[in-house]
Design a protein around this ligand. Structure first.
Ligand SMILES: NC(=O)c1ccc[n+]([C@@H]2O[C@H](COP(=O)([O-])OP(=O)(O)OC[C@H]3O[C@@H](n4cnc5c(N)ncnc54)[C@H](O)[C@@H]3O)[C@@H](O)[C@H]2O)c1
Length: 322
């Protein structure tokens, strides 16, 4: 079957980031003729695009999505836009106004430019954070949005803006609510890194892994390669204005993740349990993968053990510069 991306001109905002750079690789593999990664390089790094740049089909434009004219020029002539650029949730809590300028005004710029270019599809990254404390498990797309963070509220705005542009300008848009994404090209250098990287750093330092409460809080981890594939599948679907979970549907307790990291690294640093902090994340999180299966034909394929093994190997190479 001919892919919707075959011969397509593709733009990926946040294209030097973790998910974005995997989408760039996937779009090239699916036959895109040209892939433009737009990124302000606040978190992503050009090395993430090394392989893609070598193909001669990808280019990196260092650019801020708050720059309306630059966004319009970059998206002109595109067939498909994957919108991934965003700030980390911690940054949004520290600086809500900057968050709204990047994630709401910036997203508006991207959607407006996509509508002007009459693209065939926009795929946007949202987050399971919009659910806040889940009403039911597994978390399905129609449950109330109980989020309480600035980051989550901006993602809800993104989802609704996409639906509004879709309705008014006929831009087919698919919004994907990612659960906890992990895998090669995760940020390993910033002030705030995700839990797997934090724990791998502790293992390197010979310190115990820090868990809160009894470590029974849970997360739905989804491998970055699977997330990129969900984005590509969204282009093959005729669904418009859909909002879809991208999750593994597997609930993993934090203490089981810690045990897996210790086993895979052969480490004996052990675990240290601390009291649960105020305002902690929901105690249990697991996504409902059914709509993704029905609408996109998407199912996560990478097991946590396979994905974490790939992450550990990649991180070793990334930190040694090889
Ligand atoms: N990683 C996760 O667990 C997770 C979970 C849910 C949703 N998401 C969402 O998925 C998307 C991709 O996340 P990721 O993990 O790849 O994060 P990432 O930080 O690796 O990628 C985001 C990219 O956006 C870029 N960026 C930030 N502000 C920008 C701006 N003003 N203009 C242009 N580029 C800018 C950053 O430099 C970065 O490269 C984001 O929208 C994020 O909110 C991620």
């Amino acid at each position: 079957m001919m892919s919707a991306l075959s011969g397509a001109r593709v733009v990926v905002t946040g294209g030097a980031g973790n998910v974005g750079s995997h989408i760039v690789d996937g779009a090239i593999a699916a036959g895109a003729s040209e892939v433009v990664a737009l990124d302000a390089l606040v978190r992503g790094v050009p090395e993430n695009l090394a392989g893609a740049l070598k193909t001669g089909k990808a280019s990196l434009h260092e650019m801020d999505i708050r720059d309306r004219e630059a966004v319009t020029a970059a998206i002109e002539g595109a067939d498909v836009v994957f919108h991934q650029a965003a700030l980390r949730w911690t940054r949004c809590q520290e600086s809500p106004r900057e968050c709204q300028e990047v994630m709401v005004d910036g997203t508006f710029n991207v959607l407006e430019a996509a509508a002007a270019a009459k693209v065939k599809r926009v795929v946007l990254a949202s987050s399971a954070v919009v659910y806040g404390e889940p009403e039911a498990l597994p978390m399905h797309e129609d449950q109330p949005l109980n989020g309480t963070t600035f980051y989550g509220s901006m993602k809800v705005a993104n989802e609704q803006l996409a639906r509004a542009f879709s309705q008014l300008h006929g831009v087919p848009a698919t919004t994907l609510r990612y659960f906890n994404v992990y895998g090669p090209r995760m940020d390993v250098r910033s002030r705030f890194v995700e839990v797997m990287i934090r724990w791998l750093n502790l293992i390197d330092e010979g310190k115990p892994l820090t868990l809160f409460g009894d470590g029974s809080s849970s997360v739905d981890f989804v491998y970055v390669g699977d997330v990129a594939r969900a984005n590509l599948l969204a282009c093959e679907s005729s669904a418009s204005a859909a909002i879809v979970n991208v999750c593994s549907g597997v609930e993993t307790k934090m203490r089981d993740l810690a045990a897996l990291l210790l086993r895979l690294t052969g480490s004996s640093v052990g675990m240290e349990f601390k009291p649960q902090p105020e305002g902690a994340l929901p105690a249990r999180r697991v996504g409902d993968p059914r709509r993704a299966r029905e609408l996109l034909g998407f199912e996560a394929q990478t097991t946590l053990e396979e994905g974490v093994t790939a992450l550990i190997e990649w991180r070793k190479r990334a930190l040694s510069g090889t």
